[in-house]
Design a protein around this ligand. Sequence first.
Ligand SMILES: Nc1ncnc2c1ncn2[C@@H]1O[C@H](COP(=O)(O)OP(=O)(O)OP(=O)(O)O)[C@@H](O)[C@H]1O
Ligand SMILES: [Mg+2]
Length: 218
Amino acid sequence: MGIIAKNIGKIIGEPPTRILTDINLEIKSGEFVALTGRSGSGKSSLLYLLSSIDVPSEGTIELEGHNIKKIKKKVLYRFRNEKMGFIFQFHYLIAELTALENVLLPTRKFGYEKQKKSYAADLLKQVGLENKEYRLPRQLSGGEQQRVAVARSLIMEPQYIFADEPTGSLDSINGDMVMNIIRDANEKLGTTVVLVTHDPDFAQEAKRQVHLADGKIV
Ligand SMILES: Nc1ncnc2c1ncn2[C@@H]1O[C@H](COP(=O)(O)OP(=O)(O)OP(=O)(O)O)[C@@H](O)[C@H]1O
Ligand SMILES: [Mg+2]
């Protein structure tokens, strides 16, 4: 189980530019892996491939034993929606929805919104936003928006969390709070975590660090 990347590469843009080269990586179920490396080294790009948001130009990715290219789109979308939580580097909140509604967004598709409402409020409380549930994203600071995105990633109690610099725009207290939530998900619920971070202290917390340079694992 877990995710296995075999010889993956990614070529992007016009003119075509290679951004990832021959990546071999296995993320075992229940693992906590940190992806580190300098800006532009390919961390976000690799995270998109591992989480099946993007497809590799070369090589294969197996998700729980299945080649993702061979999984039916509908099945993959449902898996992603129910089993994977995402915290993006840029939070991608919906501007017209309140904090609470943004947290509940992943529950809408399959009609879990009502039963998840109190859990959504509880998650907002865990990230220190208990009195900002009804604010729109533009009425929140960047760090507050990021914390809404953290709550949203957890609403489905996912098997996997993919987090791209989840503490990037947070001060140390709020950064620690977010890291505690992610660590708890890994330790108490067995959630598999792939975390991109620049912060060496947070990377240390992972059980394994994978370092990228120029699109390669080093
Ligand atoms: N759409 C694109 N077209 C062309 N090049 C791209 C595109 N997206 C990313 N790149 C390039 O791919 C490389 C890896 O980008 P990526 O976003 O994965 O880096 P990163 O390690 O996440 O960096 P950061 O720490 O700054 O977020 C960079 O050199 C970037 O310029
Ligand atoms: Mg990035």
